[in-house]
Design a protein around this ligand. Structure first.
Ligand code: RIB
Ligand code: CA
Length: 312
């Protein structure tokens, strides 16, 4: 039984890895891709990247809908092209996709897809949560219409990566994230507690490229700039953040996790965007989040490389 999913993304090098993993996983049926600001505030670029990645994988059949170009209420606070390169794909120029995005706005596209298949669709969000928050505004009953939500975002016990307290996707639109965590659905959270390991470098990139397919070569090339950014910050390797939100759906047994209630700080001068985890049940609120806390790194890496090698 395949799991129908929608992927909301700000592609991004690790977004591209996550999207290609989803396309290479027979357990998943990618119904559509929606784009959101994040790694760049140029939504046309985010959408062109999504279309190009799908074309690379031979999946021009999967619809793409462009979404929000900015956070719900605050100005864009991204780091633009610092981490992922000028075109957010490490400077790698993919062939322009032979088609356009759908005319439907991402939030409406999400609502329409979930209404069409009530209780079946899992929303996979690997960028800021603005589109999901807007979808909740359109359809307040959305939590009853989805099978689940899996996100890359947040940090429960680990440090932040955009501020000491916050991870980038949550920080980028803390108001949206608070609405998403408070919506009443169950959330699988692949936060920095789990997404910072394993870190990869040239040896693994060579392994991806050695498969000889377009997808492996593209990821190996796109990762070079992303890896250089991490090296400039003193790390020996780079994180495959977004991949974990997809891998947790196809190989859940690779992960350790705990259930916890999480809420999002939106006002703190130092802590805006922090995902606050109530590990001791002090709030007496439902533990809506399956917080991923660890992964079998060896199998994760083998699984990723094996699946990517299946693509064109
Ligand atoms: O903090 C990691 C997140 O920020 C990932 O989704 C990456 O793509 C960037 O958007
Ligand atoms: Ca992302």
């Amino acid at each position: 039984m395949t799991i129908p999913i929608l992927i909301d993304t700000d592609p991004g090098v690790d977004d591209a890895m996550a999207l290609l993993l989803a396309l290479a996983s027979p357990e998943l049926d990618v119904l559509g891709v929606t784009t959101v600001f994040g790694n760049s505030d140029d939504i046309r670029l985010m959408t062109a990247n999504a279309l190009a990645i799908l074309a690379l994988a031979g999946r021009d059949d999967i619809p793409v809908a462009a979404g929000s170009a900015h956070p719900l209420t605050r100005p864009y606070a991204g780091r633009a092209h610092l981490v992922h390169g000028d075109n957010c794909l490490g400077g790698v120029q993919l062939p322009v996709a032979p088609r356009q995005a759908e005319p439907t706005f991402a939030a409406q596209f999400i609502v329409d897809a979930c209404r069409a298949r009530p209780g079946e669709v899992t929303l996979v969000a690997v960028g800021p949560l603005t589109n999901l928050a807007l979808a909740l505004r359109i359809e307040p009953a959305l939590p009853k219409l989805v099978r689940g939500v899996a996100i890359m975002g947040g940090s429960a016990r680990a440090s932040g990566n955009i501020t000491p307290a916050a991870e980038f996707n949550i920080f980028a639109d803390a108001e949206a994230a608070r609405l998403v965590f408070g919506a009443g659905w169950e959330i699988i959270m692949a936060g920095l507690d789990v997404t910072c390991s394993p870190r990869i470098a040239e040896e693994y990139l060579d392994r991806l490229a050695a498969a000889g397919n377009r997808a492996g070569r593209f990821l190996a090339d796109a990762f070079v700039h992303y890896l250089a950014f991490y090296r400039s910050r003193g790390f020996t390797g780079a994180c495959m953040h977004d991949v974990h939100a997809v891998m947790a759906l196809v190989r859940p047994e690779l992960y350790t996790a705990e259930r916890v209630c999480i809420d999002v700080e939106t006002a703190g001068e130092l802590t805006r965007g922090q995902t606050v985890a109530d590990f001791r049940g002090l709030w007496n609120r439902p533990a809506q989040t399956r917080l991923l806390t660890g992964v079998d790194e060896t199998i994760f890496l083998d699984e990723f490389a094996t699946r990517i090698a299946r693509l064109p």
